[in-house]
Design a protein around this ligand. Structure first.
Ligand SMILES: [Zn+2]
Length: 72
């Protein structure tokens, strides 16, 4: 009987820990605000937030260097 109670206590402990850490992990993964659009670099294809991207003639690049490379 004690053994069963021990298992129940462990399972409950795991469930409580999951409840505590579950929502925290979810918010940690979502660092970017939902309004931030992700664009694709025309030169190398890397995905970067639009705020950090370089725009040129309606096209987006991950860096100023790639903007120059694409135009040349
Ligand atoms: Zn690039």
């Amino acid at each position: 009987m004690r053994f069963i109670l021990l298992i129940v206590a462990i399972v409950l402990g795991i469930l409580i820990l999951k409840q505590l850490y579950g929502p925290r992990k979810k918010t940690g993964d979502n660092k970017l605000p939902p309004s931030t659009a992700i664009i694709r670099c025309e030169q190398c294809g890397v995905h970067v937030p639009k705020d950090e991207a370089v725009e040129s003639a309606g096209k987006y690049f991950c860096s100023d260097e790639h903007r120059k490379l694409h135009q040349s």
